[in-house]
Design a protein around this ligand. Structure first.
Ligand SMILES: [Zn+2]
Ligand SMILES: [Zn+2]
Length: 163
C-alpha cells in the first residue's frame, strides 16, 4: 500500500483502503488469506512524516489443541516515523525516504506489525477440550471412548484367561 505525499502540506491526510495481504512475511502469510481494512493517518512536520496505521482483518488459524480451523478478528496498529531526504535521524526506528519521494510504501511496516501481533497460541475457544490422546475423540463434539470396553479382541481373550 502506497501513500501519496506529493501534495502534502500542513494538513494531515487520511487514507482508507481494502488491501490483500499477499506481501506479508512468508512466516505468517498462510494465516491471513482475507482482505484487510487499513486506515492510515499521516501528519507532516517539516521533513518528518508521522504515519499511524490501523489494520483490521480476519485471521484463519488452526487450533493448537483440537486442530480445527477457525476464523477470528485480528487488529493491529502502529505509529511509524519517516524522514525525507538527508539529515541526521534522531531515532534508529525512523525510516529514511528519498528527498524526491512522491509516495511512502508502508507494506514493510504492515508486515512487521502483523508479525508482532500474530498470536503465539491459537485456540478455537478458551475452553477447547482438545483431542483425547488415547482414542482420538474430538472432545468439543463427542465423548471420550476410553471408558468403554476395549474392542480389541486380543483383550477379550486375555480377559477370559484371567477369569
Ligand atoms: Zn480447539
Ligand atoms: Zn479417549
Amino acid at each position: 500500500m502506497k501513500i501519496n505525499i506529493q501534495d502534502m502540506d500542513i494538513h494531515p491526510i487520511e487514507v482508507n483502503e481494502e488491501i490483500s495481504l499477499e506481501f506479508i512475511s512468508p512466516l505468517i502469510r498462510e494465516y491471513y488469506p482475507n482482505q484487510a481494512s487499513v486506515h492510515v493517518y499521516v501528519e507532516k512536520i517539516k521533513k518528518e512524516f508521522r504515519v499511524h496505521i490501523d489494520l483490521k482483518t480476519k485471521g484463519h488459524y488452526v487450533c493448537d489443541r483440537c486442530l480445527d480451523e477457525f476464523d477470528v478478528n485480528f487488529s493491529a496498529d502502529i505509529e511509524q516515523q519517516y524522514h525525507q531526504g538527508a539529515g541526521e535521524l534522531l531515532d534508529e526506528d525512523i525510516i529514511r525516504i528519498e528527498a524526491d519521494a512522491v509516495e511512502i510504501d508502508i507494506d514493510p511496516v504492515i508486515s512487521e506489525m502483523m508479525l508482532l501481533n500474530h498470536p503465539q497460541k491459537m485456540l478455537c475457544r478458551e475452553d477447547c477440550k482438545g483431542i483425547c490422546p488415547n482414542c482420538g475423540a474430538h472432545l468439543n463434539h463427542e465423548a471420550c471412548r476410553c471408558g468403554e470396553k476395549p474392542i480389541d479382541p486380543r483383550w477379550e481373550e486375555l480377559r477370559k484367561l484371567l477369569k
